[in-house]
Design a protein around this ligand. Sequence first.
Ligand SMILES: [Zn+2]
Ligand SMILES: [Zn+2]
Length: 567
Amino acid sequence: MLSCAAVETAPAPVRLVPLGGLGEVGMNCLAVETPESRVVVDCGVLFPGGEAALGVEIITPDFAHLRTPGPPVAAVLLTHAHEDHVGALPYLLREHPDASVCGTRYTLAVVKEKLAEHGISPRFVEMSPRAVTRVGGLEVEPLQVTHSIPDAVGYALRTPAGVVVHTGDFKVDWSPPDGRLLDVRRFAELGEEGVACLLSDSTNAEREGTSVSESQVAEAMARIFGAPYARGRIVVATFGSNIHRVQSVVRAALQHGRKVCLLGRSMQQNVRLALEMGYLRCPPELFVDPEVADHFAPRELAVVCTGAQGEPHSALSRLALGEHPTVKLEKSDLVILSSRSIPGNERDVANLIDHLVRRGCRVLSTMGDGGELIHTTGHACQGEQRMMIDLVRPRSFVPVHGEFRMLAAHARTAEAAGVDPRGCLVAEDGDVIELRAGQPAAVVPGGAAAGRIYLDSRGAFADVGEVVLRDRKLLADSGMLVCLCVLDRKSGALLRDPELLGRGVAGLDETRLAQARSAALAALEELLPAQRTDHASVEEALRRAVRSVFKKGFEKRPMVLPVVLEM
Ligand SMILES: [Zn+2]
Ligand SMILES: [Zn+2]
C-alpha cells in the first residue's frame, strides 16, 4: 500500500533532450525540461562543407520536439557566440518569440547584430559568471570557461533532480590573451556540493594530453613576423570570431612595425565589437582601411582575414584569385592559414593553397609539415576533460559536442575517472536523458523527435528537404534527360515528334538519343487518343520508354523528366 502510494507521488523526472550536437560537431541544442519549465541551452547550426553539400548552406536542428505539449520555451541560454551554438536562433525564435535570449555581454552583442539582420528583437537577459539568475523556474549560474572566443561560459542549472552542469565549449588555458581563466574554484565547489549530471565538450576526446595555450601561438606569430622570409605582406587567415588569435597577430604586428588591414565582413564586424567592448586591446591607429591598403609597402602591412577553410567568395579566396581591388598578393608575400581544416573542407583548402602558391606566395598551414605553431585548438583534450570530471565529480556523465566515437571516447575517460559506469551515458540526438533525485540518469532511446532541416541560403528560410536532396544527389550522380512532346489539347494528336535533351549523362551519344526518341514516339503511338489527353498517362509512358533505352550498357540510370505541352 505504502510503496504504491510512493510510486504515485514520485515526481516526474527532469528531462534533458539533445536536439543537436550529439552525433555531430555542430547544431548544438539541448532542451532542459521539468514539469513546470522548458529552457534550451544553445541553438546552433551545422555547416555541410565541401562538395557533398549539394547546395545546402546551413543545417539546423529540427525543433519539432519543442512544439510538443508542455511548458513554453522560457529561455535560450547561450554558452558563447560561435555559429554552431547561436546560428539557428532566428529559426527557433520565429516559433518561440517569447523566449528570452540569455548570455554574457559579448555573446549577446554578437547575437543582437545577427538577429537584427533577421528583423528579430527578442528579450535579452545579460548574465555574468557566478551571478545566479532565475530563468523559467530554474536557477541558472554561468560558469567562466576559456575558449577561442571572448566571454564563453558553461552553466550550472539547479533542477528538482539536482544540479546539472553544462561546460559549453571549453579548454584549459592558464595564459589566455584576455587573462580570463576557467573558474576552477567554482566548478570544484559545485562538485563538493554534489552534481547530478555533467555534460561536457567532447570535440577532442580522442586527443591525449592537453591543449596548447594561445600564448604559444602568439609567440610563434611574433617569431614568424620577424623571420627573414617575412619580407613582403603577411596575411593571416582565421575565423572572424577568433578574437584571441587576432590579438596574437596584433601583438606581432605592433612589435614588427606593421599596420593591420582587416578583410572579410565577419572579421570586420567581430573586431569592431571586440574593440568597442574592450575585448581586444590595440591602438586604433594600427588599423588601416582596405581602400588604402595599397598606400603601404608590402613589408609595412599585415592582413587579417576570413577564409582559412577555403570558403568560396571569402576574403582569402578573393586574394588567392587576385580579385581584391587594393590588396594584390605577389611573390615573397607570406600567407598563414591559422586554423585547422574542418573535415570535409580539406579539398577546398588544398585548392586554395595551390592558387596562393601559384601566385608565388609562401604558405604556412596546419596541413603542411608543421614547423611553427600557427594554430591551437579551442577545445579540451583528454587531460583537461579528465580534470573537469575530477573537479565536478558528477553522479552521471553525458558527453556532448561530438561525433559518436568522440562521445564514446569521452565516456571512457569518465569511467576511468571513477564515474559510475551506469551513469556514463552515450546518447544521441533525440534520446531523452531522465534525471531523478539521488539516482543515476537513464536514457530513453529515441524518446523525442529530432532531425535536421537543410537550408538553401541563409535568411531565406528555404527548407530544402530530403526529397530535393535525393534528387540533387541523383542528378549529380547520373545526370538528367528531358523528353519533350507537344500534343493537341482536345484530340490528343501528336503535333511534333518527341525531342530529347540530356545533361550530365555519361556516354550519351546521338545513336542513343535517336533510340530514345523513337522509343518515346512508339510509346505515344501505342496510347489511345483518349489516354493522350491525360497528362499522367503520357508522362508515365514517356518515362518508361526512355528508361528502357538506358537499361542496357548504362550502369547508372539518368533521371527522366517528361515535359508535355498541350496546344
Ligand atoms: Zn565554440
Ligand atoms: Zn562548438
